[in-house]
Design a protein around this ligand. Structure first.
Ligand SMILES: [Ca+2]
Ligand SMILES: [Ca+2]
Ligand SMILES: [Ca+2]
Length: 230
């Protein structure tokens, strides 16, 4: 794992293309069910809490908190029809053990939103008064915390997705990828996660050097992406 400074795309002259990683998006993701589309719910407004689900297991929080899948129950997903809410019955950590190659650099990308306070306005699925609107996302790679993200759903009538991207090196044949909100108020309303992708970076010309220099982690917001799936 490389500890890195975070680079805002707009503040640097570095772009993915200039890093020689323009083809990264073409690599297949090694994450199973990264879009939380399985198990598939049949109707909008529905949700399901179970553990495990294909690809993902609850690894933190109280037993029985479960992994919550929502189909437009309280906001639009970033990708597909469904998303996961980390605050299922209570705060959780969910993980997937990835088959990785030692020394290989991977690109981690996912979308994170706070749970919106008002979806749709005045519906039964709006976050109730008294519940926290704070959403926290702790991201771990190989057991090491790599970032803590915070969003506030106060006043939102729909999701407000941001996409985060990191370049991370594998140091083991199995790398555990975890997302948790154990530091968020536990009230069954919280962090939304969708579209988790991990792709091997195909021998970029410049990236290994940059990683070596400590610039291995890179993140940017959705509005800096060229195209956004919705
Ligand atoms: Ca999805
Ligand atoms: Ca919940
Ligand atoms: Ca919460």
């Amino acid at each position: 794992m490389i500890r890195i400074q975070q680079l805002a795309l707009a503040s640097t002259a570095i772009t993915l293309a200039s890093l020689g990683v323009g083809n990264v998006a073409q690599a297949a993701s090694i994450v199973i069910n990264g879009g939380f589309e399985d198990p598939a719910l049949s109707t909008d407004g529905s949700f399901l809490i179970q553990n495990p689900i294909p690809g993902w297991t609850q690894t933190g929080g109280v037993a029985g908190a479960g992994i919550e899948i929502q189909r437009r129950a309280a906001g639009d997903p970033y990708e597909g029809k469904q998303l996961t809410e980390l605050d299922g019955k209570s705060v959780t950590e969910i993980s997937q053990d990835l088959a990785t190659v030692i020394g290989q650099v991977y690109k981690l990308k996912f979308a994170f939103s706070a749970r919106p306070e008002n979806w749709p306005p005045n519906s039964g699925n709006a976050t109730p008064g008294g519940a926290s609107k704070l959403s926290i996302m702790n991201v771990s790679w190989g057991g090491t915390l790599i970032d803590t993200l915070t969003k506030d759903g106060t006043g939102l009538s729909n999701t407000d997705w941001s996409v985060y991207t990191y370049f991370l090196k594998a140091t083991s044949k199995t790398t555990r990828l975890s997302f948790g909100n154990l530091t968020e108020p536990s009230d069954s309303y919280g962090s939304y996660l969708d579209d988790v992708n991990v792709t091997a970076v195909p021998t970029p010309a410049l990236l290994p050097g940059l990683v070596g220099m400590g610039i291995g982690l890179f993140r940017k917001r959705k509005n800096q992406l060229d195209a956004v799936a919705k």
